[in-house]
Write a new protein. Structure first.
Length: 278
């Protein structure tokens, strides 16, 4: 059949896509680039990769050769050379690897580290404070233990004196029962010796009280009315001549009337330093 001019003119448009010119070749390369690794070769070296478009059978196309002027082989050769490294291998050759990259500390992270420093300082200060408190508590416990040991020792001493009896034993028991320090024992003993010479049954039959029918009696030489008013309640049922009961009555009266300093001083004294009683 004869071919018309129109048909003849249109014939070139039927050219196969495989030979479609540069634009078609570029599109084909992009398509093959987006396909899987089985469809093309990727040459990686350091921070970049060279993508070489290939056909499904692994060879470069005629269009690639015509349009790019570079075949897969030449592309491979271009990128197969070793990339020099700043670090030499142990054998003196180029190592083929890039030197490690140093990354700057981000400002945000740096700020976070700086912000964490006061918190760490606070923790250390807290630990120091806890140690200080623990030390003080331990010191207080040691102090309390020492005080208790001293108290027990004093208790044992007083008990020993009381067990011996006699004037010192009576004085120790009376002071202990009234809750007064044993440091007053010497002053109290001086008063007792001046008043009765340590005789619990001593009676004064010559002073004004005796003339009035109320003689002073006992270690502290107290009259019956004074004894009744000042004896320690725990000994109220005892006789006026009971050593401990009598001491409690005389001491309580003295403190009430003259103050405890009189007890500590061993009674009142005159202008010349002589004892004048209580």
């Amino acid at each position: 059949m004869a071919t018309t001019p129109a048909a003849t003119a249109a014939a070139p448009s039927l050219r196969s896509p495989r030979h479609g010119g540069p634009a078609h070749a570029a599109r084909r390369a992009g398509t093959r680039t987006a396909a899987t690794g089985a469809a093309f070769g990727v040459l990686a070296s350091g921070a970049f990769a060279a993508i070489v478009p290939t056909t499904l059978d692994g060879t470069s196309t005629q269009a690639d050769a015509e349009e790019g002027g570079t075949t897969a082989a030449t592309t491979l050769a271009a990128y197969s050379a070793n990339i020099p490294s700043a670090t030499k291998a142990t054998d003196g050759s180029t190592s083929g690897f890039f030197s490690p990259v140093s990354f700057a500390q981000p400002s945000a992270a740096s700020g976070a580290l700086q912000a964490a420093a006061p918190a760490q300082d606070a923790d250390l200060a807290s630990m120091g404070k806890a140690h200080e408190i623990a030390t003080k508590i331990a010191a207080e416990h040691a102090k309390a233990a020492a005080a208790e040991k001293a108290r027990q020792a004093e208790r044992a001493r007083i008990d020993a004196i009381v067990a011996q009896g006699g004037l010192d034993g009576w004085i120790a028991e009376a002071l202990d029962h009234m809750g007064l320090s044993q440091s007053y024992a010497s002053g109290l003993k001086r008063i007792i010796l001046k008043e009765s010479n340590g005789n619990p049954h001593a009676i004064n039959n010559w002073d004004s009280n005796a003339a009035a029918g109320n003689p002073s009696e006992g270690l502290m030489q107290v009259i019956p009315s004074t004894f009744a008013a000042y004896v320690h309640p725990d000994f109220a049922d005892r006789a006026i001549t009971d050593p401990i009961a009598n001491i409690t009555a005389g001491v309580r009266y003295m403190i009430d009337r003259y103050g405890i300093d009189t007890l500590d001083a061993g009674g009142r004294v005159g202008s010349h330093g002589g004892y004048i009683g209580y």
